[in-house]
Design a protein around this ligand. Structure first.
Ligand code: ADP
Ligand code: MG
Length: 265
């Protein structure tokens, strides 16, 4: 016992510091994962569909930081879906640049486009669930196409279903679910791949107000866990209620960008 003095102390200190070091690395890795996407920037983006006269988007500039929650509002035809599709890199702008972490996504090659889409969870108005697959299988499918192993799928799918409150519906088919539940499966499918960004186009369009509100609160929870969320909607009452950043489009132009309600006059 008497022999154990300085070397012992320094050895245990060393072990403690090593422990802290490991914890620190884990914290940094976790932080990095959620902070993987830092900023999205649109620089004077215009979009003119072939064969049309008026641009769907006109000189739109916007900056979105990691972890933000943004509502994209405006009447039908304002350009909301066009913007969502441009961010998903499903379409290319006619003019201007779209940058994810300073990288121009228009310049992406095939493999980079796939990687880009991997970072994004999409949610649609009509849910787009596969009728013949169960809830579990619908969510699992999002991982299967990305090459996840069966073991990873068995872990990740129940986690995602738990987050949206549908653990008890794993074996149900879409037609056995309410609209609100189907959309929650849509959200589980979007979040199961740990995206940096969620893009939702009129996600509450087919739902009543209560279900719509529940869904918005679910998006808010996901956002609070670090995922950037962009929701195109004209559900002004829900937008008013949520009090987030609101970007208003009209005729393809950015009309307003501020925190708060819809400003529906
Ligand atoms: P929102 O989602 O706000 O209703 P969209 O982005 O769908 O608006 O549409 C913006 C404008 O672009 C509309 O005038 C629409 O008719 C036009 N548009 C959208 N998609 C296409 C397309 N594939 N081809 C031609 N015009 C389109
Ligand atoms: Mg639309």
């Amino acid at each position: 016992m008497g022999r154990c003095s300085k070397p012992c102390i320094s050895e245990s200190m060393h072990n403690i510091l090593k422990g802290y070091g490991i914890i620190l690395v884990i914290l940094i890795l976790n932080f990095k994962k959620k902070g993987a996407l830092n900023v999205i920037e649109l620089n004077k983006v215009s979009m003119l569909y072939p064969g049309t006269k008026d641009p769907a988007l006109e000189e739109m500039s916007l900056k979105l930081n990691s972890g933000e929650f943004l509502f994209l509002v405006g009447p039908s035809g304002a350009g909301k879906s066009t913007l969502i599709n441009l961010l998903f890199r499903e379409k290319l702008p006619t003019r201007g640049g779209i940058y994810f972490d300073n990288k121009d996504i228009s310049a992406y090659k095939k493999e980079e486009i796939l990687q880009h889409r991997r970072r994004i969870g999409m949610v649609f108005q009509d849910y787009k669930l596969i009728k013949q697959k169960t809830v579990f299988e619908n969510v699992a499918f999002a991982l299967e196409v990305l090459g996840y192993s069966p073991k990873e799928i068995r872990i990740k799918v129940p986690e995602a279903l738990k987050k949206v409150g549908l653990s008890h519906k794993e074996k149900a088919f879409p037609k056995e679910l309410s609209g609100g539940e189907q959309q929650r499966v849509g959200i589980a499918r979007a979040i199961v791949k740990d995206p940096d960004l969620i893009l939702a186009d009129e996600p509450t369009g087919n739902l009543d107000r209560d279900n719509g509100l529940q869904l918005m609160e679910l998006f808010e929870k996901i956002n609070q866990e670090g995922t950037t969320v962009v929701i195109a909607t004209h559900a002004w009452d829900l937008v008013d209620r949520m009090q987030k950043r609101v970007v208003a489009l009209a005729g393809g132009k950015l009309e307003r960008d501020e925190k708060g309600g819809y400003d529906h006059e």
